[in-house]
Design a binder for this molecule. Structure first.
Ligand SMILES: CC(=O)N[C@H]1[C@@H](OP(=O)(O)OP(=O)(O)OC[C@H]2O[C@@H](n3ccc(=O)[nH]c3=O)[C@H](O)[C@@H]2O)O[C@H](CO)[C@@H](O)[C@@H]1O
Ligand SMILES: C=C(OP(=O)(O)O)C(=O)O
Length: 417
């Protein structure tokens, strides 16, 4: 899908099933290469980031087979067959999560610095510092991160200057096969970290404290056992559909959701007058009442997720009054404002702050995704706009949304790809 053409102006109505979490699936695929036995993963979203990650781990020597459209079988290699190719590694951010597992299991890793969407600088200093603290030698050589260790990594006490999701995951995975105990302080608490820790523990790792500020890992010599593991539902896909329902003043039921994981999004939608009901693994969103502007600050979990900021900006662009958005995580995430302005939105950006003045309606236009969540935001804007919107660069959207076009069609949206 290169382009998405949407006829907007209708409320979203119906029921949608949420797929497995991109960010949990990607980390768990990396962790799976540390296992000595076959692993079956379920609730894996068939999105382009996952497909690229599968290609990368196949290059390392893993055998990977889709068992259905959402489950995979993986047999990790017993030694590295080849370094993962740079053009694949650069296609996504999460490829950096192979560094810890490769170093811990094989004592060596050579990975091109990762790529992905242009949403900010995204250094890896915290990953490197943590792994070096465990005894790895890390160097940067012509755009590659090269890691080596003589013998097993050593458990250590590591404090993260910022609760980085990727650094927490990389170090936590590496610590599972290190000698002795690792104590990781000021870690990220995102649900994907907890999911990864649960998976590692199924493989025989000894990880405690995931989901809190401190993670303790008792290293074990090997990981394995016949494991079947189902990845959590995607809280960002859930949030995107919730916000799409709100933006179109619709009524939507979401299935396969963990309501706790989307609480920061529910809180903001409720504050703006949207009704949200939670029931087991279902959520109902109703936005047929009057709406109010809200202010948002992105923060590490359980704060409001940066991955939902662009979608909220699209929604708030037609809520009467002034909403203020502060982006604290990724400095380039306001690129979406210019595209929304083409559709009639009134947004002023100053550094890390965006001021959104709600307009009565948006109109269809030709716009371009600049990153994954900007693409999702443009879909939301197109759904509420009067007339037709043509969204280019939809390959970004395919990075993270499983069958978005089909799901929207099933909700009555008129679209062409
Ligand atoms: C594959 C995946 O899971 N991606 C998610 C992960 O990205 P990712 O793991 O890359 O995000 P981080 O939590 O690491 O980044 C957060 C902030 O820390 C900074 N930082 C990070 C690492 C480091 O070594 N040094 C440093 O300064 C980054 O530039 C950024 O400003 O968490 C982000 C924040 O919730 C989400 O938006 C991404 O969807
Ligand atoms: C920024 C994101 O992903 P990644 O870290 O994979 O680029 C995202 O999912 O919005």
């Amino acid at each position: 899908m290169d382009k998405l053409i949407i006829d907007g102006g209708r409320p979203l109505q119906g029921k949608v099933r949420i797929s497995g979490a991109k960010n949990a699936a990607l980390a768990i695929l990396c962790a799976a290469i540390m296992a000595g036995d076959e692993v079956v993963l379920e609730n894996i979203p068939d999105i382009s980031d996952v497909r690229v990650m599968i290609e990368i781990i196949k290059h390392i020597g893993a055998e990977v087979k889709w068992l259905s459209n959402s489950s995979l079988k993986i047999m990790a290699p017993s030694r590295i067959a080849a370094d993962p190719p740079c053009d694949l590694v650069k296609k996504l951010r999460a490829s950096n999560l192979l560094l810890g597992p490769l170093l811990a299991r094989f004592g060596y890793a050579k990975l091109s610095l990762p790529g992905g969407c242009n949403i900010g600088v995204r250094p890896m200093d915290l990953h490197f510092k943590g792994l070096a603290g465990m005894g790895a030698q890390i160097s940067l050589e012509s755009g590659y991160a090269v890691g080596k260790t003589a013998g097993r990594l050593q458990g250590a006490r590591i404090y993260l200057d910022f609760p980085s999701v990727g650094a927490t995951e990389n170090i936590m995975m590496a610590a599972c096969l290190a000698e002795g105990q690792t104590v990781l302080e000021n870690v990220a608490k995102e649900p994907e970290i907890v999911d990864l820790a649960n998976f590692l523990n199924c493989l025989g790792a000894k990880v405690r404290g995931a989901g809190t500020d401190v993670i303790k890992v008792e290293g074990v010599p090997e990981l394995g056992g016949c494991v079947r593991y189902a990845v959590i539902p995607d809280r960002i896909e859930s949030g995107t559909f919730m916000v799409a329902a709100a933006a179109t003043r619709g009524h939507l039921v979401l299935e396969n959701v963990i309501p706790l994981h989307v609480e920061p999004i529910c809180a903001k939608l409720r504050e703006s007058g949207v009704q949200v009901w939670e029931e087991d693994d279902m959520l109902t969103v109703d936005a047929t009442g009057e709406l109010r502007p809200v202010d948002i600050k992105t923060m590490p979990y359980p704060g409001f997720p940066t991955d939902m900021q662009s979608q909220m900006m699209a929604f708030l662009s037609t809520v009467q009054g002034t909403s203020i958005i502060i982006e604290n995580i990724f400095e380039n995430r306001f690129q979406i404002a210019d595209e929304l302005k083409r559709m009639g939105a009134c947004i002023k950006v100053e550094g890390r702050m965006a001021v959104v003045e709600g307009v009565t309606k948006l109109h269809g236009a030709r716009v371009k995704s600049t990153d994954l969540r900007a693409g999702a935001a443009l879909v939301i804007a197109a759904l509420m706009a009067e007339g037709q919107t043509e969204i280019e660069n939809t390959h970004y959207i395919e990075r993270g949304y499983h069958m978005l076009d089909e799901k929207l069609k099933s909700l009555g949206v008129r679209l062409k790809v």
